[in-house]
Design a protein around this ligand. Structure first.
Ligand code: MEV
Length: 413
């Protein structure tokens, strides 16, 4: 059977239908629907969507990335392929909503709020009762205070389990609603009511191991395994010590996370804002690695607030189709998929940087795309790619000339 990468687009879709047991429906959304989604619509833009094959918690998964950058999809595929296992877990879909009150005496206001806390809890529980049939509902309210140059503030932090929705609308509507009740109880207007994207109670935990297969890969390049994993860990350690490297290192992780979020119609800005605050809060990079029993272990812990129902997921055909093919069960499942591909991308990038730099793989992919676009098929593709890389020439004209030469040689042999 043909390798997935050697299939044409139609063959790839049919293959995905076969292994997922689902229909590959349209990825495009009509302009009428888009016109109703946001303001001042003038058209739509497109991006390539590619596939990553991974095994997460022992289950084969199809993961989609929407991205314009070459090598990202290849890096994630390679990382999954070389892994011994990737496991993932999810904290639950708990979102945070905040109400801020300005006051002359924050201590007195907190005392007053503590006295009516049970009453507020009851109102909140009632207002969010409808979420209980989706395994969600109100959890608790925390009260805290701070001051700044504008004076003293009290913060009410509501924890809400939003189930399979991303939850921004649920939380913001709830906050605007309950703030009216709270204002009546304390006789004071709230100054700000808004969801927090610092979703630290909605996290994924991903862990993976790279051992035997990584060793084989490194040795197949004629390199010493022990030396290369030491080099890899040195490379990783730089991200822990230097903000310039940490930023790019995290960007490599976001290549997977943001591209997957985009493919599945998610609010990628919310995820990015949450994750960058989280790594600053932790004061460490998003992904960590260590060595154990001669293998590399990697882990990622990140807030990832996504929804498998509602919002734009309902209106965007690409989100519906890709979730269907990926067999997304719920919002936790989607968050784990996104987190796992983030770790895979980070590993893939750092492995390349350790061993050969990223440009070689990048140019190979570039050459492959040229070879396919000028009509090379079967083993002509690999032959042509090898020639282009050896000669360091990547123009269409040169590829065409070399393809003719390969065909000429083939017909003579
Ligand atoms: C490029 O999009 C991502 C990398 O720069 C990530 C990294 O440096 O770790 C390759």
């Amino acid at each position: 059977m043909k390798k997935f990468r050697d299939m044409n687009l139609e063959e790839r879709r049919r293959y995905l239908e076969e292994i997922s047991g689902k229909n590959f429906n349209s990825l495009e959304t009509d302009l009428d629907t888009l016109n109703r989604l946001v303001e001042n619509v003038i058209g739509r833009i497109t991006l390539p969507v590619g596939v990553v094959f991974g095994k997460i918690n022992g289950v084969d998964r199809i993961i989609f990335l929407a991205i314009e950058e070459p090598s990202v999809i290849a890096a994630a595929n390679k990382a999954f392929k070389l892994s011994d296992w990737v496991i993932a877990s999810y904290s639950g879909s708990i979102m945070i909503g905040t109400i801020y009150l300005k006051t002359d005496n924050s201590i007195a206001l907190i005392q007053e709020l503590e006295k009516i806390k049970d009453q507020i809890d009851l109102i909140a529980k009632t207002k969010l009762q409808r979420l209980e049939k989706y395994k969600g509902g109100y959890i608790q309210m925390n009260i805290s205070r701070f001051d700044n140059i504008r004076g003293e503030f009290v913060k009410l932090e509501f924890l809400i389990n939003v189930g399979d929705a991303m939850g921004a609308n649920i939380v913001n509507s709830f906050l605007e609603d309950i703030s009216i009740d709270i204002e009546k109880l304390i006789g004071q207007r709230a100054i700000l009511r808004i969801l927090s994207n610092f979703s630290i109670h909605r996290k994924v935990y991903i862990k993976a191991r790279w051992g035997e297969k990584l060793k084989e890969e490194i040795q197949s390049k004629g390199l010493d395994y022990k030396e290369q994993i030491n080099r890899f860990l040195d490379v990783i350690s730089i991200a822990h010590s230097d903000i310039y490297r940490k930023t790019t290192y995290n960007k490599g992780t976001m290549n997977g996370i943001s591209a997957a979020a985009l493919a599945y119609g998610q609010d990628w800005r919310a995820i990015e804002a949450g994750i960058h605050s989280y790594t600053n809060y932790l004061q460490i990079p998003l992904v960590n690695y260590w060595e154990q029993d001669g293998a590399i272990y990697g882990s990622l812990e990140a807030p990832i607030a996504v929804g498998s129902v509602g919002g734009s997921v309902k209106s965007l055909n690409h989100a519906k189709t890709l979730m269907e093919i990926s067999n997304i069960k719920d919002s936790g499942d989607l968050a784990m998929l996104i987190g796992a591909v983030g770790l895979a991308n980070n590993f893939g990038a750092n492995l390349h940087l350790t061993i050969e730099g990223i440009q070689k793989g990048h140019m190979k992919l570039h050459a492959r795309n040229i070879a396919i676009s000028i009509g090379a098929v079967g083993d002509e593709i690999d032959k042509l790619v090898d020639i282009m890389i050896k000669d360091g020439k990547y123009s269409y004209e040169y590829a065409q000339k070399m393809l003719e030469m390969i065909r000429h040689d083939n017909s003579n042999s």
